[in-house]
Design a protein around this ligand. Sequence first.
Ligand code: SF4
Ligand code: SF4
Length: 272
Amino acid sequence: MDQAMLSVVRAVEAGATTMKSVIDATGLSRLKIERALTALEKQKLLVRDDQGFRATGLPKSASPTRQCGTCNACCDILEVAAVDKPVNQLCKHWQTGAGCTIYDRRPQMCRSFACAWLQGHLDETWFPAQSGIIVHFSQDAVNVTVDDHCPDRWREEPYFSKLAEWSLNGIRRIGNRGYATLVVSGKSKFLLLGRTIVPEPTLAGTAFLPLTADTFRFWRATSAEHLQRLHERIAEMERIRQEFGACAIPDSEDDDPQPPYRPALLRLSKLG
Ligand code: SF4
Ligand code: SF4
């Protein structure tokens, strides 16, 4: 269930029975709500009849049975541009003992935010107030934001293995069902490729090739055209593997291959 669907279900459970009241409660566009409603109807989580919308119940993994309780990690760790809140700085609207002092007019991001732990996707070891790690889903990524008081916590167990597992799932999904697993810790950003950590991934993208079941060789592209050439060379490596049973993998991380790729790869593999 994505964030829009969860917001819509929560609004309906809270008593919103018409399109207008769902728009008011969620702040989502009519189009997004309509998509979420259709998806929820297909999953039999919501019905529409002449009395409006009615929720039929949520699957356990997305059930809002958990409460934030003592946690205020998202008011501390995440960036909330609407209230000029930078990452890893307690929001100026947070007051100990009182909580959010602008609760009734808090920004939409705060209203709709539900971390993966709150949604029931993670066990108690991931409770953000204790783990210092907030996981949240966006359309094409699992986003992991780490408290700067424990910047390497995500590399520890049981966290790292779970993140590596998610990353592999995201890589194996086909086409636009795939997703990236991204970690932001202080000023550092990382992309996970299974158990391989790509520091400071570039906006142009990362090309990668499996080395083992859960590790990868990667090359960070500096432009769309560079990424294309890296992919073409990987495709050539795969052709050589099929033809000769093996192909050496160039080990320079940031190299910039130029066609034709085959002669250089055959030389490196001592096949040419
Ligand atoms: S990080 Fe999750 S559990 Fe903590 S306050 Fe935010 S939504 Fe609630
Ligand atoms: S506005 Fe309120 S809910 Fe939003 S980050 Fe600040 S304290 Fe938290």
